[in-house]
Design a protein around this ligand. Structure first.
Ligand SMILES: [Zn+2]
Length: 112
């Protein structure tokens, strides 16, 4: 995921964090206080599941059922996700939380 914003506001010191190269799952460093942050996983999950729900509903309303519905949803999920990221970004700005690192180096160790 990619969030196209100019800056985030640092939750720790209130400084501005540039988001030029920012991608979800990678930490942002605050230039003022040197702390690392990431977009809240709850937020990222909410956007992902919403887009999946919208895609499913969209094709369901178009009359697709069963395997056709499944395939259409899988194919269109990503484009729909990008649209949802854009819309969510305007409506509910992403929340930053402290980045603790993941230990594995792959960012796959989610703890919910
Ligand atoms: Zn800061």
């Amino acid at each position: 995921m990619e969030f196209r914003r100019k800056t985030f506001r640092c939750p720790n010191c209130g400084g501005e964090i540039p988001t030029g190269q920012f991608r979800a799952g990678k930490p942002l460093s605050c230039p003022m206080c040197s702390r690392q942050f990431q977009v809240s996983r709850t937020y990222a999950n909410a956007v992902s599941w919403s887009s999946l729900g919208f895609t499913l509903l969209f094709f369901y309303l178009l009359g697709l059922r069963g395997v056709q519905l499944l395939i259409a949803t899988v194919v269109m999920w990503l484009p729909m996700l990008l649209i949802c990221i854009f819309i969510f970004d305007k409506l509910i700005p992403p929340r930053l939380e402290l980045y603790y690192g993941d230990g594995s180096g792959l960012g796959l160790s989610e703890k919910d």
